[in-house]
Design a protein around this ligand. Structure first.
Ligand SMILES: Cc1ncc(COP(=O)(O)O)c(C=O)c1O
Length: 392
């Protein structure tokens, strides 16, 4: 194999794809005199709902806020058990704690990294009230099986779709036909970014109405209804709500990102295909399986698994080696059950979720974003080969 020439510049693990279109819209918003939640937020909510095929969408300042509000609207409270995956970001589980509920983890399927439906069944008790499945990396969870369990036991489903803007389950968009709630993230690293931001979508009018009130302190009227002509200064506080609403500067970015989403996704898909082709032939590297029900993968993350039995290098050292070759990477995720608060408050320990722990030991998220140049993609491939093949 030809010697790898290490590039001079660092290849970021992730970069947002922002063009002058987004910049101009933000500038127009700044000049408009209305920065808070107003017309652009309402327009973005409308367009996002249409895009994913949901009846209602409520803009939030993060996906974390949306996940929390979803559980609050479902009445989750003290002592209620909510089942989720340990292979996720803390937000999916922390928000259960915020409601007073108890996070109960169900192990994952080793092939996909998504929650294992049979494990969900094993964790159901008389106190179980909801399930929070996570569409890991942009691959869909097995939704039909999850909703079947939910119907059987009368459980609320709050889908964590932070990675799944553009994902399709059996040819329908994640976010469509949401009986419970589906929460998306527009964080800086996400496929569609507003810097920070999120959206809750649902087909249930009651959930949407409650969420709308809860995101602005539980106020019966938001600022747009109060400060514009014909508005009234009077309002009531219907519930002790939160300050979770999206605002127009975020929505300005969101509206223009949504216009460009298919184009950005085409590039992600293209890169994922090139990676798949290259790495499927490389001994020592395992790829995640895309299940047939994920008819469109959002490719939020591109994950490789290092097989320590077939390479002379472990995951941590692999990351160091890629870093030496000027490549940024990440690990999604450190299992949540191993975090301090989960161990100390809920008694979780190492060994509790064998699949999740085994999976965690091997995974690396490689750079994948729409702004990557062809040379960047080829450089990542060559570097991964170089690390695997280097004699040690
Ligand atoms: C699986 C998952 N859920 C929830 C979140 C929280 O999203 P946000 O940062 O928009 O609150 C993230 C963020 O990275 C995530 O990866």
């Amino acid at each position: 194999m030809e010697e790898l020439k290490i590039r001079d510049t660092f290849l970021n693990y992730c970069l947002p794809d922002i063009t002058m279109t987004e910049c101009n819209e933000v500038l127009e918003t700044l000049k408009s005199g209305w920065l808070a939640k107003g017309p652009r937020t309402m327009e973005f909510e409308k367009q996002f709902a249409e895009y994913v095929g949901a009846k209602y969408a409520v803009g939030m300042n993060s996906c974390t806020a949306a996940l929390h509000i979803a559980l609050v609207t479902a009445g989750i409270g003290s002592g209620d058990e909510v089942i989720t995956t340990p292979m996720t970001f803390a937000a999916s589980a922390n928000t259960i704690i915020h409601t007073g509920g108890i996070p109960v983890f169900a192990d994952i399927d080793l092939q996909t990294g998504c929650i294992d439906v049979d494990e969900i069944r094993k964790k159901i008790t008389s106190r179980t009230k909801a399930i929070v499945p996570v569409h890991y990396g942009g691959q869909a969870c097995d939704l039909d099986s999850i909703y079947k369990i939910a119907d059987e036991y009368g459980l609320f489903v709050s889908e964590d779709a932070a990675h799944a803007i553009y994902t399709k389950y059996k040819n329908r968009m994640i976010g469509s036909q949401a009986k419970g709630a589906v929460s998306f993230s527009f964080y800086a690293t996400k496929n569609l970014s507003t810097g920070e931001g999120g959206m809750l979508v649902t087909d249930d009018e009651k959930i949407a109405e409650k969420a709308r009130v809860l995101v602005t302190h539980g106020m019966s009227r938001n600022a747009w209804n109060r400060y514009t002509k014909g508005g009234t200064w009077k309002y009531d506080i219907e519930e002790a709500g939160y300050k979770y609403n999206m605002f127009d500067l975020q929505a300005a970015l969101g509206l223009k990102q949504l216009e460009r989403l298919s184009q950005m996704q085409d590039r992600r898909e293209q890169i994922a295909k090139i990676y798949n082709e290259a790495f499927s032939k490389l001994e020592g590297i395992e790829l995640l399986k895309t299940m047939p029900y994920t008819t469109t993968h959002a490719w939020h993350l591109y994950i490789i698994k290092i097989d320590p039995n077939k390479t002379s290098i472990d995951r941590d050292q692999f990351i160091i080696e890629l870093n030496k070759r000027n490549i940024g990477t990440s690990v999604h995720f450190i299992p949540v059950h191993l975090m301090k608060i989960y161990r100390e408050k809920f008694g979780y320990q190492e060994g509790g979720f064998p699949n999740t722990e085994e999976f965690f030991k091997g995974i690396i998220s490689l750079p994948l974003y729409s702004k990557m140049a062809d040379e960047d993609v080829q450089y990542v491939i060559k570097s991964v080969y170089d690390v695997v093949k280097k004699p040690r």
